[in-house]
Ligand binder design. Structure first.
Ligand code: ATP
Ligand code: MN
Length: 558
């Protein structure tokens, strides 16, 4: 099988002067034009899926799965690299950005070094891929995005994940609002000021560009665009950006948002045969309703089964990209249970591959139910609780979950984590700005909010607890959606002051209250509840000077 390594290298091009000029604002356009004119280099500009397959198959390890998906490998990095994410410190955005460990500063000089490095690398390639597409389904607010990359699988991934323009729209696409230079195969320069490893993901809000060096994990591109939306939408349009999935009832037209960190169930639970899928990961809530940012889904594949998750399983066909899965070399059948390469095996597919997808992916009504998903590996939180207004804000700001192995580099054991707005790694502005906006919107539209623990029950993951079976979580959701749960009888769950339903059809009643389902003694349980409560309280001190007394009081009482 030919590999990129055996292809002849291209020499220095006459376009070098233009390409190296950092002051050139028209860079993206000239880059493409020059390449299109250069016979040595093939530019696949908005190539069709079969072409991307053919090019993809020339890459080492890339194969076609038995169901027709393109199986590719991202190399060493198989999850996001949050420690290597940087925002350029420049005058147009510096006063808005939430600087700190999430958004680390990089100066304009270092940015130029990284950017030149990425571009110089791309210039050495024989073949380049350019994808033009939109982010945001509401035409009033969508942005035009261009991806320039060297791997066919990256191009196909972003073609799936962004909103594919019609032929007409492509003809008049013009210049992009935002450009990603993905040179992930090539390292960042560790000797550059501010670089701490050979991976760097840098966003520049003045240039409206992003550069990727040293990681080929495709998810960096989609989450990069997400950060751009977390910046642009509130600043430009006062629109709330959400790390959530969304779906809509077929009959009632009621919209549900599912907030949650990685692995808590946004993708899994939003794919519901009884409801239309608006999107599985990134949304915006405007004065007109809810719109999806993306044109595709990026589902976890570990332990995926056709029986439990038929919608997602059947979406893995021609056009879909399988990332880092283990497969049988003969039959090309994917071994979904195999975590040996990574726990974070993924598949990306256009949203229309889900039969219940709603196209266009937006709703002109406001959310009726807001679900905060958590995956508690300690087995302490109840599978479902109905939240008061103050509790929603408390839990939204806290963003508790157990970080599961896989999606981030270096996480191999479940660990308690608090991630503001259930999306801290992607926030561009201070979390309280989003929290305040959510609070206002919920009050205006009178949404009911729930906390759903899709994690462990009975005991912790380490001590023999079991993950809440998917069928029970789905039964809980059915009761929320048919309106019965809002009217059910409730009891109070101790320290956390949560309202827990006494019974739900199709769910064993003892499962609903962790105190009753706990295996391992009352004392141990009390201790675990207190431990988790303490972690909540400690975390919330970060926000105590900004949250109202009412919201602060909505946390665990120790
Ligand atoms: P990401 O932000 O990384 O895309 P996500 O929130 O979309 O994460 P999912 O991809 O839906 O998370 O992952 C949830 C995983 O947990 C799936 O593999 C699903 O099969 C599994 N799972 C097991 N039990 C449950 C449950 N009760 N509810 C939801 N998911 C469950
Ligand atoms: Mn997901």
């Amino acid at each position: 099988m030919p590999s990129v390594d055996t292809l002849p290298q291209v020499g220095v091009h006459s376009t070098a002067t233009i390409l190296n000029n950092p002051n050139n604002n028209d860079f993206g356009r000239q880059f493409i034009q020059k390449y299109l004119l250069n016979e040595d280099v093939l530019v696949r500009h908005n190539a069709a899926v079969p072409t991307l397959y053919e090019d993809g198959l020339l890459e080492k390890g890339t194969m076609i799965s038995s169901t027709g998906a393109l199986m590719a490998f991202s190399g060493k990095k198989t999850g996001r690299s949050p420690k290597d994410k940087r925002i350029v410190d420049e005058e147009t955005s510096t006063n808005e950005i939430w600087w700190g460990p999430v958004n680390k500063k990089v100066d304009e000089h270092t940015w130029l070094v990284s950017r030149s490095r990425a571009i110089d690398y791309l210039r050495t390639r024989q073949k380049l891929f350019v994808v033009d597409a939109y982010a945001g389904w509401d035409p009033r607010y969508r942005i035009k995005v261009r991806i320039i990359c060297a791997r066919a699988y990256h191009a196909l991934f972003m073609r799936n994940m962004l909103i594919r323009p019609t032929e007409e729209e492509l003809a008049s696409f013009g210049e992009p609002d935002f450009t990603i230079y993905n040179a992930g195969q090539f390292p960042a320069n560790i000797h550059t000021r501010g670089m701490t490893s050979n991976t760097s993901v840098e966003i520049n809000f003045k240039a409206m560009e992003m550069v990727i060096l040293g990681t080929e994990y495709a998810g960096e591109m989609k989450k990069g665009i997400f950060t751009v939306m977390f910046y642009l939408m509130p600043i430009r349009h006062k629109i709330l950006t959400l790390h959530s999935s969304a779906n809509q009832g077929v009959k009632e037209g009621d919209v549900t948002l599912f907030f949650g960190l990685s692995g808590t169930g946004k993708t899994t639970l939003s794919a519901d045969p009884h409801r239309e899928l608006i999107g599985d990961d990134e949304h915006c809530w405007s004065d007109h309703g809810v719109f999806n940012i993306e044109g595709g889904c990026y589902a976890k594949c570990l332990d995926l089964s056709g029986e439990k998750e038929p919608e997602i399983y059947n979406a893995i066909k021609f056009g879909a990209v399988l990332e880092n899965v283990v497969y049988d070399p003969e039959s090309r059948e994917v071994d979904y249970e195999n975590p040996n390469f990574t726990e974070n095996t993924r598949c990306s597919y256009p949203i229309e591959y889900i039969p219940s997808a709603k196209l266009p992916c937006l709703a002109d009504s406001h959310p009726k139910n807001i679900i905060l998903l958590t995956c508690d590996a300690r087995g302490v939180l109840p599978p479902v609780s109905k939240l008061t207004k103050a509790q929603v804000m408390y839990h939204f700001i806290s963003g508790y979950t157990s970080k599961m192995a896989g999606t981030e580099e270096g996480v191999t054991e479940p660990e308690a984590t608090f991630s503001a707005c259930f999306g801290q790694p992607f926030l561009a502005l201070h979390p309280m700005r989003y929290a305040q906006q959510l609070s206002d919107k919920m009050a205006e539209h009178n949404a009911t909010a729930w906390l759903l623990n899709t994690g462990w029950t009975g005991n912790s993951a380490a001590k023999g607890g079991k993950r809440c079976p998917l069928k029970y979580t789905r039964a809980i959701l059915d009761a929320i959606h048919d309106g019965s749960l809002a009217k059910a009888e409730y009891e109070t769950f101790g320290t956390f002051g949560l309202n827990v339903p006494v019974a739900i059809p199709g769910v064993p009643s003892e499962l609903l209250n962790p105190q009753k389902s706990w295996v391992g003694g009352e004392k141990e349980f009390e201790k675990e509840v207190k431990n988790l409560g303490t972690l909540f309280a400690e975390n919330f001190t970060k926000y105590s000077d900004q949250a109202t007394a009412e919201v602060q009081a909505a946390g665990p009482v120790l």
